[in-house]
Design a protein around this ligand. Structure first.
Ligand SMILES: Nc1nc2c(c(=O)[nH]1)N[C@H]1C(S)=C(S)[C@@H](COP(=O)(O)OP(=O)(O)OC[C@H]3O[C@@H](n4cnc5c(=O)[nH]c(N)nc54)[C@H](O)[C@@H]3O)O[C@H]1N2
Ligand SMILES: Nc1nc2c(c(=O)[nH]1)N[C@H]1C(S)=C(S)[C@@H](COP(=O)(O)OP(=O)(O)OC[C@H]3O[C@@H](n4cnc5c(=O)[nH]c(N)nc54)[C@H](O)[C@@H]3O)O[C@H]1N2
Ligand code: SF4
Ligand SMILES: [Mo]
Length: 571
């Protein structure tokens, strides 16, 4: 039978499941092309939670549900992570609609906000389009780790990588721009300024499809080149090289999380988009910018409703009597672990509803096991391509409960599961070569319209960055990136702090870092791929968020993992 990978990943692979539940990538799927990654190849090897427990003592699911029913009468917070991205995961929040719902994201929403400001909607840019490009700019995205099903589309293209870390891909790139962290907005402005000097703008596009272009050009021209070079760490020569490589070509820009882990993350995406728009590289075959898109764009949302919102990156768990955490591991994944732990200790009663034991389950009073994606009906909308992934129930077990069943058992009146799935699926689908795709992608994204009120692309003309020269010069950027064997904190995580060789430290030695407020000791691994001003922790590292800040982006309510620099306390 066929199903779809539920994980938080660009690729949403189509999976063949045999009678023994062995998982294989579907060969004829245009994106999956017959292979899966580490997580799905080893899915059954990772132990799952099998029993409900209250303070470590086994109880039945019925007893667990009764406890939730009783506790949710008190001041409640519902917090959902992104362990499974099936649409039915969202149903549970209906049961908690009278409490506070944690909104915003630990992921992409700063950048997404900036994209929506300029284009009105954050549409995907899939391998199907990238294949039609001549040049691909990989900008703060680590394709071979996070988006491996994009790789076949890159064959034979000119590749430019913009990343402060020498990812696998930089080694086969035609140009690697080893940018200073936090420098992307300045590089985008420098590129725009130089492109304007070289008269590379697409006048027809800018006039007919753009708004605010003159202000944009005045704004970027008002910035001293030396400042733009200093802030981005990129010299004019390299900018010139990049412009020569993309001039007159069909170009895809694949932008990742890396560029937007800062307070002004929304402006970074808007600036990159503005540069691309001035070249007229939207709405044409093989020309566009891809980011973590809004997968549900255009689809019905039967579970949406008015609720009292609090913000995920900074939510204070301690302010609640009852905290219900579903499909997430905030103790490990939310910024500022010390604050998260303090809050969860103070909260009167905490539930963890998930698949695996982790740092959050260990702090929960009550643990409720979930069903896996093979054991429930669902549907996956992808943030990395236009194909819909059906997820029929394939196997059954006595372990756990599905999100739908839990919601029902908590007393919510619901239609049948299949009805919801059908409503969402049919609300915006069509077929391409016999496969379901989102109707939004019948045409090239933005070919007909931008989704702003003006219907035009709206260029940016201002932003705010309060980093001083002192901030720039002192300490180390602590990069946070994804790991090939883990999906955030799920599966196999890595436990080293990567440091630049220039520090002269020894592998396996201890190193204590501070962000000015908190300290944490790490075990060192030398990494020749790092710039001298950077260190790196992989997502899922047990102390990945000990030194990340308890603040969120200016716009988009997003966590901003790289806002603070770190100093060495002792080694
Ligand atoms: N194997 C695996 N795949 C995953 C995940 C996983 O945990 N493991 N997670 C999934 C999720 S939740 C997401 S959101 C996506 C994210 O996918 P990506 O965006 O690819 O993920 P990251 O590894 O966070 O960041 C990408 C790159 O940004 C670079 N970077 C850091 N700071 C800067 C900067 O200031 N400027 C620039 N230009 N680059 C910078 C990093 O060095 C890194 O190479 O991946 C998904 N796929
Ligand atoms: N330092 C640092 N922190 C980060 C990041 C980073 O790069 N660096 N990345 C950020 C990003 S991009 C993201 S998206 C977030 C992700 O953060 P989280 O959403 O917390 O992701 P995971 O750590 O993968 O935890 C997923 C949980 O979902 C559970 N689960 C899996 N499938 C199901 C299911 O079907 N039902 C239920 N109920 N539970 C299920 C798993 O057991 C696991 O506990 O982390 C963010 N945090
Ligand atoms: S995590 Fe991504 S690459 Fe791996 S199987 Fe799932 S969709 Fe495919
Ligand atoms: Mo994410």
């Amino acid at each position: 039978m066929l199903t779809t990978c539920p994980l938080d990943c660009f690729d949403s692979c189509s999976i063949e499941v045999d009678e023994k539940l062995k998982l294989k990538g579907e060969k004829s799927h245009p994106i999956t092309q017959g292979y899966l990654c580490h997580h799905m190849n080893n899915f059954h090897k990772f132990a799952r939670i099998e029993k409900s427990t209250l303070h470590g003592k086994e109880i039945s699911i019925d007893e667990a549900i009764d406890i939730v029913k009783q506790k949710m009468q008190e001041k409640t917070l519902y917090f959902k992570g992104s362990g499974n991205l099936g649409v039915m995961q969202g149903i549970t929040k209906i049961a908690f609609k009278d409490g506070d719902i944690a909104k915003g994201s630990l992921c992409e929403s700063a950048g997404a906000y900036g994209i929506e400001e300029g284009r009105g909607a954050n549409l995907t840019w899939s391998p199907v389009q990238v294949e039609k490009s001549e040049v691909v700019v990989i900008w703060g995205r680590n394709l071979s780790v996070t988006n491996s099903h994009m790789l076949p589309a890159l064959k034979g293209k000119t590749i430019i990588v913009i990343d402060p870390y020498k990812t696998d891909f930089t080694k086969r790139a035609d140009l690697h721009i080893n940018i200073k962290p936090r420098g992307d907005i300045y590089l985008a402005m420098l590129l725009s300024r130089m492109a304007y000097m070289e008269e590379m703008e697409d006048e027809e596009f800018v006039e007919q499809r753009g708004k605010n272009f003159d202000y944009f050009i005045d704004f970027v021209n008002s910035k001293p080149v030396v400042m733009l070079e200093n802030r981005s760490g990129v010299c004019m020569l390299e900018v010139d090289k990049m412009l020569c490589m993309i001039k007159g070509k069909k170009v895809s820009f694949l932008v990742g999380l890396g560029v937007q882990k800062y307070t002004f993350g929304h402006s970074v995406l808007r600036a990159i988009d503005s540069f691309v728009a001035m070249l007229g590289l939207f709405g044409k075959d093989g020309c566009g910018v891809g980011y973590i898109s809004n997968s549900s764009f255009g689809f019905a949302s039967p579970f949406s409703m008015k609720t009292n919102r609090v913000y995920k990156p900074i939510v204070d768990f301690g302010a609640y009597d009852f905290v219900f955490i579903q499909g997430g591991n905030p103790v490990n994944q939310m910024p500022c672990t010390p604050k998260v732990k303090e809050g969860l200790k103070k909260a009167k009663f905490v539930v963890y509803f998930g698949l695996h034991v982790n740092e959050t389950s260990k702090m929960a009073d009550l643990i409720i096991p979930a069903k896996t994606f093979l054991e429930k009906d669902d549907l996956k909308l992808s943030y990395g391509h236009e194909y819909l992934g059906e997820m029929p129930k394939i196997s059954d077990t006595d372990i756990g409960i599905s999100e739908y069943d839990l919601c029902k058992r908590l007393g919510v009146e619901l239609r049948s599961e299949k009805e919801y799935i059908k409503e969402i699926r049919d609300s915006n689908t069509t077929k391409r070569d016999g496969r379901l795709i989102s109707k939004t992608y019948e045409n090239v994204p933005y070919e007909k319209e931008f989704y702003t009120d003006s219907g035009k692309f709206e260029f940016f003309d201002d932003f705010y960055d309060d980093f001083t020269q002192e901030d720039l010069d002192e300490g180390f950027y602590l990069l946070s990136a994804k790991y090939n064997k883990s999906l955030n904190s799920q599966f196999k995580t890595e436990q080293y702090l990567h440091v630049p060789i220039s520090l002269g430290l020894k592998d396996e030695q201890r190193l204590t870092l501070t962000n000015g407020t908190y300290e944490c000791e790490y075990i060192v691994k030398n990494d020749e791929n790092l710039r001298d001003d950077c260190m790196l922790l992989h997502s899922g590292h047990k102390d990945a968020n000990m030194l990340t800040p308890h603040i969120m982006s200016e716009e988009g309510k997003c966590a901003i993992y790289q806002e603070l620099k770190c100093q060495i306390v002792s080694s």
